[in-house]
Design a protein around this ligand. Structure first.
Ligand SMILES: Cc1cc2nc3c(=O)[nH]c(=O)nc-3n(C[C@H](O)[C@H](O)[C@H](O)COP(=O)(O)O)c2cc1C
Length: 188
């Protein structure tokens, strides 16, 4: 008799604050295709103040809430746009807060996965690579493969996150199944 895999909480951060964000659409598509063992926990980063060490001794309330949300999840999915071949500022700001104060790094040991999309041909590849470097310094074990660089076109993912193209749907399905396995491997 096979038993169902345990449910794991996946925190999901979208690095774009734009309401009609393509990366938010990608996150929605992945949520629709995720195995039932993943409990989706969106974590917003738009209300975090800009990182300022003067406020490290008494963390602002949004930062405290953010760090609590990170602590409550078993793994983290970062869905990132690319800004000028690098990590968008809202996402970098969130990661910088997560890493502080010194000795209270919320990402240490947290299994992470990175993906992203862009209307550009490289599908956010440069931003993802920079993000990988940052997570590595924070000791966050980050899934290497499969990678997901999606060249976004308007017909690829509908606003409700549905994916009409079979090949794209399969790629996304395989990716999110691998994320579930990655989180499970570190939780076990
Ligand atoms: C400041 C800025 C810089 C950008 N630089 C890049 C870039 O380096 N590479 C790229 O593919 N797209 C770049 N773009 C275009 C974004 O990929 C595009 O706006 C995308 O829709 C942003 O993601 P979102 O839809 O999730 O907000 C840039 C956009 C902005 C606003």
């Amino acid at each position: 008799m096979s038993t169902a895999p345990p449910v794991r909480r996946l925190g999901v951060i979208v690095g774009s604050l734009r309401q009609a964000s393509f990366n938010r659409r990608l996150a929605l598509a992945l949520q629709r295709l995720a195995p039932p063992s993943l409990q989706w926990q969106p974590i917003a980063v738009g209300d975090l103040p800009l990182i300022n060490q003067d406020h490290e001794s008494a963390l602002p309330a949004p930062v405290q809430a953010f760090k609590q949300a990170l602590a409550a999840c078993d793994g983290l999915l970062l869905v990132t746009p690319e800004y000028n071949r690098s990590i968008p500022a809202p996402l970098k700001n969130a990661i910088d807060w997560a890493s502080r104060p010194k000795g209270q790094n919320s990402l240490g040991g947290k299994p992470c996965a990175i993906c992203g999309t862009s209307p550009g041909q490289l599908g956010s590849a440069a931003a993802q690579q920079h993000l990988r470097n940052v997570l590595s310094v924070l000791n966050a074990p980050t899934m290497s493969q499969p990678e997901l660089f999606l060249h976004f076109t308007p017909e690829l993912i509908a606003e409700d996150g549905s994916v009409a193209n079979d090949a794209t749907r399969q790629v996304l399905e395989r990716y999110i199944a691998a994320v579930a396995a990655w989180v499970e491997r570190w939780a076990a």
